[in-house]
Design a protein around this ligand. Sequence first.
Ligand code: AMP
Ligand code: GLY
Length: 424
Amino acid sequence: MNILIVGSGGREHAIAASVVKSSHADKIYCAPGNAGIAKIAECVPIGAMEFEKLAAFAKEKNVGFTIVGMDDPLVGGIVDVFEKEGLTIFGPRKNAAILEGSKAFSKDLMKKYNIPTAAYETFDDSHKALEYIDTAKLPIVLKADGLALGKGVLICNTLEEAKAGVKEIMEDKKFGSAGNHMVIEEFMTGREVSVLSFVDGKTIQIMSSAQDHKRAKDGDLGLNTGGMGTFSPSPFYTKEVDAFCKEHIYQKTVDAMAAEGREFKGIIFFGLMLTEDGPKVLEYNARFGDPEAQVVLPRMKNDVIEVMQACVDGRLDQLKLEFEENAAVCVVLASDGYPLSYEKGFEIFGEETFDDKDGYYCFHAGTKKNEDGKIVTNGGRVLGITAKGADLKEARANAYAAADWISFENKYMRHDIGKAIDEA
Ligand code: AMP
Ligand code: GLY
């Protein structure tokens, strides 16, 4: 059947690369896509938030299955629009995507169903939030309630910073309407792990674990970004951690959503922190991580369409997810200056080196083809270079070797992606 993928980043390129291998995929479309996705799918210039146009396109092209990579369209209700038109689509409906769309909702859900997370309070009035801060323990974490491109989280070490943060979020609306409500929560310490899962409303199946590197600079310094690199599996995600999360977090979350009348189908991404008191949920996302997808999907043995179709049909219990017994590392090549200001439009060289190499992937994020037909940089995160290896160390060495195959004028990357592997 024909497949439509909605999104334009490295995650959607990784999804497309898995879909290409599916025995159920005929023609693949991606809206809007990017220059890398265009090599394996037909990119169509429709924005991810143009639900009616996307649905009309899916009907016109006889698309049998649509996959949504991004959070905004899911939270905005793309799944409801497609379903109303009788189209099959993979992802949570609007009333379930709220698991990512509202931090206040997800914190209240965890509290109500006793799912371990940081202690917190929610506020819709800045004065009350400021009063609370006067009595709270430092450091303290402030979160704008809604989607804020991963930037709506402030970790404040002093009272002054925290007060300024509340004003920025709730009064100056630095993150827009995401700041109409906010969550103030306890600061936790520990190692972070990303666990992605497939969910069919009742059953949940966990994918291989991963770890992201969110800060821009080596040594976890610099500003928060969308993610500068990942590795999978995480050696810190032990059997004990897995057993704890299976008992206290995963199924409980799926059951809680169902009990609330918000049946969740699609991907739940658990952002976990492994604290001294055990694993706790930092956040939920309702989609694949970016760049987690770039290290998890290439290691999945199943036919991705079969798994997603089983989620839509509510028969995930009949399937067994299988991952290769190896490892993968993704190093993001960014434009120097990201996440603040950076130049773009530079020609990218060296991509063809990946063409004949198994286990190496050059996933495009911010790229485009210019008027001369050349592939140029077109965003902050430009490429995600993924390599597999027999183990994490080999995968890391391979990924960094492959990162050197690419050149463009203001290429920037972290040099310590996967450094934590040495401490495992
Ligand atoms: P979130 O978008 O909620 O995942 O937050 C972004 C990042 O902020 C996380 O990946 C953590 O590194 C950090 N963070 C969020 N909440 C906390 C917390 N309660 N304690 C410590 N760090 C946090
Ligand atoms: N890599 C983190 C995220 O996708 O939210």
